[in-house]
Design a protein around this ligand. Sequence first.
Ligand code: C2E
Ligand code: MG
Ligand code: MG
Length: 566
Amino acid sequence: MPHVNPYRLESLLANASDIIVILDQQGTFCYVSSSAERILGYTPGESVGKHLSTFVHEDDVPVVLQTLLGALAEPGISQPAVRYRVRHRNGEWNLLEAVTTNLLDDPSVGGVVVNCHDITAHELAESWLRYHALYDALTALPNRRALADRVQALLEAGGQPFALLLLDLDRFKLVNSSHGHSTGDRLLQMTARRLIAALPKQGVVARLGGDEFAVLVEDATLPGIVEDVTDRVHQALSAPFAIDEMEVFVSASVGVVLSSLDRSVAGYQRAEELLRDADIAMYRAKTLRQTHSVVFDSSMRDRAVTRLQLESQLWRAIERGELEPYYQPVVCLKTGRIKGFEALVRWHHPQRGVVSPAEFVPIAEESGAIGQIGEWVLEMACHHVRAWNQGTSRSDMPITIGVNLSVQQLAQLDLAKHMHSICLSAEVEPSWIGFEVTESMMLDREDTIASTLAEFRRLGFRISIDDFGTGYSSLSRLHQLPIDTLKIDRAFVAPIEADGRNVAIARTILALAESLGMDVVAEGIETPDQARELQSLGCQYGQGFWFSPPVDGATATQMLDRIFEL
Ligand code: C2E
Ligand code: MG
Ligand code: MG
């Protein structure tokens, strides 16, 4: 061995990133390298002669002693590295990784050598990364990934049955948009706290993102435990939240999945499968509105998986910008000029392509999403109709826009006022907007609907009866309702032929409309002959593929000044 200058060695040790310690058989420090002062704050004089338990965290002392014993039993052999906490002179804990070797038999050492590496900073960085990968920053709850990891572990362990509850706050978006995001954030934090308080030991609470939370009940063997947890969740959210001197009410829709459910079929293999089914059950709960929780069963999946998927995807379609209003021109049959457009919503589904409103509007109606969609369509329609009427020579005959309403919307309290405020903030004249309602909508809840329509009229909006002729309207009632326009359903337009046959019904409807002082739009004009026949019958307006299919906003804008030949 080459000769080493002892001073040089000491200065090397002082600057080393490791601390070298020599212990006796009992664990008392015989030597501590001077690097300890830089790393832990102690001079060698302060530690030599003291027992290691003076410095090591009490919980870690057993590990250290065990390693020491191991080393004593195996002279000359380095023991596997262990980690333990050592108190810094400033009172904080440093994390050291240490390798212990018994060199008692080596006369130049005569002790147990412990080579300690300070990994505090490294560990901090690592745990920060670990933390942020697995915890939600806003609520400090475990995040989706942490939950999925845990569910996966439970699935793989194959132990007792467990349950997963997925909950989505109802109307949270409304809180966010009406009170601001910071209120929304506070509400989410308070929700997290309430859920934790309500479930001290029954379940693990996680936040999956947005206004979605989850509760994992790791042991669902106890009868009634899932019902109990579900009740506690609803109970926890039932009292109003006091935020900024406001009282905010929220409720949650809960979907429940039991891990044991699918054992008989294929068995859940992956956490994602449980999360997916919980999602389906949760949206089912949203649909049913009265019931706030639904337990998933596989028949639900078999029965209506696409419908439920569409339903759940529909709620997100607006935020994701997948909906687009299309516009179909309504043409004046005398002049060939465009009188206005009808807004017809389209859904660009990421997998399925364009989904027709005929398919998804009924789903939206059932699930309650139609309220949001309808408002959004009106906002978009306002945006376009304002642009179309700006700086045109059309001040005499402004472009109008038809917006479809569904019966669920009509049942909404204050619908007319609400729609009015949307128009006001978009700087749109209510008279440019014609709401389209169908005949069949008049049949139920006649009184409320009549008064809502009257309110629309009072605020300056126009009302059209859509698909006229397909539902049964009593003519006397039609007379009493505040209606501006009848839209003849295409069922009566389609049979009209070049030689003027099959015009009888159309003619009757036109006569009726005239006697009631209403305008008439013929829907679904597909041929020039139909257009001409209707024109000769005195029908003022027409709409249909012959003129143009529904087109996007930009294409509609280009079409504005077009004159259609008749
Ligand atoms: P609607 O209000 O009666 O709209 C007319 C439907 O007929 C549209 O179907 C339109 O594309 C289609 N159409 C137009 N011209 C012709 C033609 O010449 N021939 C044929 N065969 N069809 C024609 P779309 O866009 O699929 O909409 C279907 C229904 O969905 C609408 O019927 C309306 O009831 C509903 N809808 C569309 N957008 C909305 C909306 O924003 N809100 C609500 N509540 N319902 C909407
Ligand atoms: Mg319509
Ligand atoms: Mg129609």
